[in-house]
Write a protein that binds this ligand. Structure first.
Ligand code: TGC
Ligand code: FAD
Length: 395
């Protein structure tokens, strides 16, 4: 048996378990490219965007130029990368801000994916290349004021009138709604739930941005109102009927989120580590106190574990169809752990932890939304509960 001597001091505080060695060259290149974009284009301004409550439209276009919009889809201007490369991208984007990753999730997984998976050839040709380039912005309307965790109870209707469709209803909490050129809206038709492509300028379709958010401020969140919105027959996505349509899109978006949460956690851990080494109290850096070291270690361990879980789920997804309950594992655990990391980091920064001069409270507040959207923590518990017991406990 070969004996490898243990050599103290080799552990990298920013990649403690050498997870980098588990990536191939292409994955590392993608990761580094997005990391550079975030450092140059997001981090210098994101606190201002957050304070102003905006997500600049031109950043959406730049993300298109970077090639990350719908990047794991094949054809129609999309890059066709692996799921792991896409996951690493989400992780880096959310190191910047959950709002930036949200924009990319909603564009690629919730707006482009349903058109790519269930659209007609004409719909794909019409919409996907412009969306991949960031020239057209999409949004995904599933949630309603009275139908959140239970989208099967939606009230929005789609009625046939001659060869047209007429949509009525209200969608709530819709990311990118106010900056979108098209909405993928899910509505109840006679035969079951169907998806519709609703161009922004359609008469009867109005969008109102939701004010006063304390979370995901660098992201636009909107209400969509559909008042006798008349659409031609080719506005419907022909390839799917039933709740499995929107739920299958959620699998894609939740996959990106489970990686993204690790990025937000890493940003908080690194900010706390740097701060603790520089901040002197009682004549010593606070990093020298045992209680602070314990907190830093908790954060570091959570971030490394989250990376391993993400990478494992990503490799599973790259190998073939994956059970949605596996994605729930990552969304459930990585987001709650990232939130714990953010709260620990907030405390290590003391009073400085409450300002936008450091990234921590911005991430902490953002993660409250991430905990709730794309299936709340409770819903993901129940999805895994059903997977291990065979009993659905949703109602
Ligand atoms: P259930 O009866 O279990 O299933 C109905 C049909 O759907 C199928 N199905 C799935 N298909 C694909 N993927 C999945 N994950 C699926 N889960 C279920 C199922 O097989 C069945 O098909 P069929 O052919 O038999 O009809 O449905 P249920 O009504 O009991 O609901 C189950 C539940 C609670 C898990 C589901 O409703 C759920 O996931 N609720 C959470 C809702 C949610 O996550 N909303 C997210 C909205 S989008 C968003 O938040 C975007 S934020 C984006 C950002 O800014 O990053
Ligand atoms: P509710 O469903 O009312 O839940 C309230 C509480 O009850 C939660 O703790 C929940 O876990 C719990 N609960 C509910 N049912 C059960 C149960 N069966 N067992 C145990 N506990 C239960 N939606 C979109 O369609 N598109 C978007 O782009 C989008 N973007 C969003 C962006 C932001 C910033 C936010 C905050 C939300 C967004 N959403 C979007 C909506 C999001 O998906 C919903 O908020 C989420 O699904 C939860 O629904 P709800 O808020 O109505 O909460």
């Amino acid at each position: 048996m070969t004996h490898h001597p243990v050599r103290p001091g080799l552990a990298d505080p920013r990649d403690f378990l050498n997870i980098d060695t588990l990536l191939d060259d292409e994955e590392r290149l993608m990761r580094d490219t997005v990391r550079r974009f975030v450092a140059e284009r997001v981090l210098p301004d994101v606190a201002d965007w957050f304070e102003a409550g905006v997500f600049p439209r031109e950043v959406g276009k730049e993300l298109g130029n970077l090639g990350v919009l719908g990047m794991y889809l094949e054809g129609y201007g999309c890059a066709g990368t692996s799921n792991v490369a896409y996951g690493l991208t989400c992780c880096e984007l959310e190191f910047g801000d959950s709002g930036t990753r949200s924009f990319v999730s909603v564009q690629g997984s919730l707006s482009m994916f349903p058109i790519w998976a269930y659209g007609s050839e004409e719909q794909k040709q019409q919409w996907l290349p412009g969306m991949a380039a960031g020239d057209l912005v999409g949004c995904f309307g599933l949630t309603e004021p009275d139908a959140g965790s239970d989208p099967g109870s939606m009230r929005t209707t789609a009625r046939r009138d001659g060869s047209d469709w007429v949509l009525n209803g209200t969608k709530m909490w819709i990311t990118s709604g106010g900056m979108s050129d098209l909405a993928v809206v899910w509505a109840r038709a006679e035969e079951g739930i169907r998806g519709f492509i609703v161009p922004r300028n359609t008469p009867g379709f109005t969008v109102n941005n939701i004010p006063h958010k304390m979370s995901l401020r660098a992201s636009i969140t909107s209400e969509l109102v559909l008042d006798d919105v008349r659409l031609p027959k080719d506005a419907v996505l022909p390839g799917v009927i039933g709740l499995k349509g929107p739920l299958s899109c959620l699998n894609e978006a939740r996959y990106g989120i489970l990686w993204g949460a690790v990025g937000a956690g890493r940003a908080c851990y690194e900010a706390a580590l740097d701060y603790a080494k520089g901040r002197v109290m009682f004549g010593k850096p606070i990093a020298s106190f045992q209680l602070i070291q314990r907190q830093l270690v908790e954060m570091m361990v959570a971030v490394n574990e989250g990376m391993l879980v993400s990478l494992h789920i990503g490799r599973m997804k790259d190998q073939g169809p994956i059970d949605p309950a596996h994605i729930s594992f990552g969304k459930f655990d990585n987001v709650r752990r990232a939130l714990e990391v953010a709260r620990l980091a907030r405390s290590v920064l003391g009073a400085n932890g409450i300002t936008l001069d450091y990234p921590v409270i911005r991430h902490m507040n953002n993660l409250e939304s991430v905990y709730t959207y794309e299936g709340t923590n409770e819903i993901h518990s129940l999805i895994m509960g059903q997977a291990i017991t065979g009993i659905a406990a949703f109602e």
